[in-house]
Design a protein around this ligand. Structure first.
Ligand code: COS
Length: 387
């Protein structure tokens, strides 16, 4: 139906589906319950090329396009959204930024090991007192007198994969008086002194993806590890988030698809009042609305992928398409997983089935990488041109 989906796309989709159903689905509920980080399957995702899908082979990736990335991520998230979160941060928030803004040396040092899945990458923008208003951060980086190192100080929060990340792209203020134009990006190594991990967040969902605070206490970052120019950090952070939002939309779609498939099967098997529950109009209406919203999400995701792929040639932004895909797909995931529990009744509420996990995992997609309110703001601003 979609001629932009090639045989190559179908191959990576199938490979991701096979791996996800065989190796991830059976362990997902254990890792959700314990909150352990699934390091073994994450390493296997790296070996299969899922941790740097859009990265050229010379930098450790498999050199495919955004559609390939979205199709693979949907399949991983259908089995487990936590694995999807780790994959998404590695691919979009870390690798995309390094690829677009990194020097050749930075790509060799940071991108090759992360895109090939040997090391884990993370991205850190949020602070305890700065979330949606990302330009108001309090952490500071000051160039030393010799001009060789930036000295980083401050606390960042809600850093996905931070407890296990080897490298983090971090956004810190170098010239606070310039507000968002005073933010600079740095690639940092978590094994250097001056870096510490803070409290791990106990979360409602995506519990196997580890999230923590990070603290910089006179961390010395070599000038060569600054990403982009001084003051360019906010633009880098936003550009990278546009790519990230396509990933989160794909994650949401994967979760919603899993919930719908389970609901269809249940509606075909479960009987009440002497009929299959799928014969009742109230269940039919739920299934029809779930399916329709899922397919609309898919189209918005494809549109965003194509817009991002075109932007590579044209240099254009695809913020509008990415925000629409994330907004609609994430709200769809929350809606679909809630309805899926309702269709399953008591069994939907039980931990014996994965429905309640899907419901808890779906909620974050409306919050991270820009809340639904922020997506609506980006969409409306893009329509009116007003700030
Ligand atoms: N791509 C490239 N540049 C962008 C951009 C994008 N998607 N969005 C904004 N910019 C640029 C603007 O062009 C502007 O550049 P100039 O300084 O040259 O004029 C600059 O960034 C500031 O833009 P704007 O005035 O729109 O910034 P705001 O402070 O109003 O913030 C929002 C805009 C709210 C959209 C932004 O702060 C945002 O996305 N916040 C949510 C952050 C987020 O997702 N946090 C979660 C982190 S990951 S868990």
């Amino acid at each position: 139906m979609f001629d932009f989906i090639t045989e190559e796309h179908e191959m990576i989709q199938q490979a991701a589906r096979d791996f996800a159903q065989k190796s991830i689905a059976p362990i997902a509920s254990h890792f959700d319950e314990t909150g352990e980080f699934p390091i073994e399957t994450v390493r296997q995702m790296g070996e299969l090329g899922f941790m740097g899908i859009e990265v050229p082979e010379k930098y450790g990736g498999v050199d495919m396009d955004t559609l390939a990335y979205a199709l693979a991520l949907i399949e991983i998230c259908k089995a487990d959204a936590s694995h999807g979160t780790i994959m998404s941060v590695n691919n979009s928030l870390f690798a995309h930024g390094l690829l677009k803004y990194g020097t050749e040396e930075q790509k060799q040092k940071f991108l090759v090991p992360v895109a090939s899945g040997q090391k884990i990458g993370a991205y850190s923008l949020t602070e305890p007192m700065s979330g949606s208003d990302a330009g108001t951060m309090r952490s500071r980086a000051v160039l030393n007198e010799a001009g060789t190192h930036y000295i980083l100080n401050g606390r960042k929060s809600w850093v996905t994969s931070a407890p296990y990340a080897d490298f983090i792209v971090v956004f810190i203020m170098t010239q606070p008086e310039k507000q968002h134009r005073g933010v600079t990006a740095f690639a940092i190594e978590t094994n250097r002194s001056g870096f510490e991990r803070g409290k791990k967040e106990p979360k409602l969902g995506i519990r196997a993806s580890a999230t923590s605070e990070i603290i910089f206490d006179n961390y010395e970052c070599p000038v060569e590890d600054r990403l982009g120019k001084e003051g360019e950090g906010f633009k880098i952070a936003m550009t990278v988030l546009d790519a990230g939002r396509i990933g989160i939309a794909s994650q949401a779609l994967g979760i919603a698809e899993a919930a719908l498939e389970a609901s269809i099967q249940y509606a075909q098997e479960r009987e009440a009042f002497g009929k299959k529950i799928g014969q009742f109009q109230m269940i039919q209406q739920k299934l029809a609305d779930m399916k329709t919203r899922i397919e609309a999400s898919r189209l918005l995701i494809y549109q965003a992928c194509l817009a991002k792929m075109a932007s590579k040639k044209k240099g254009s932004r695809y913020s509008l398409e990415a925000s629409m895909a994330k907004l609609f797909a994430s709200e769809t995931a929350t809606y679909v997983t809630k309805e899926a529990i309702q269709i399953h009744g008591g069994m939907g509420y039980s931990k014996e089935l994965p429905l309640e996990r899907y419901f808890r995992d779906a909620k974050i997609t409306e919050i991270y990488e820009g809340t639904s309110e922020i997506q609506r703001m980006v969409i409306a601003r893009s329509l009116t041109g007003l700030r």
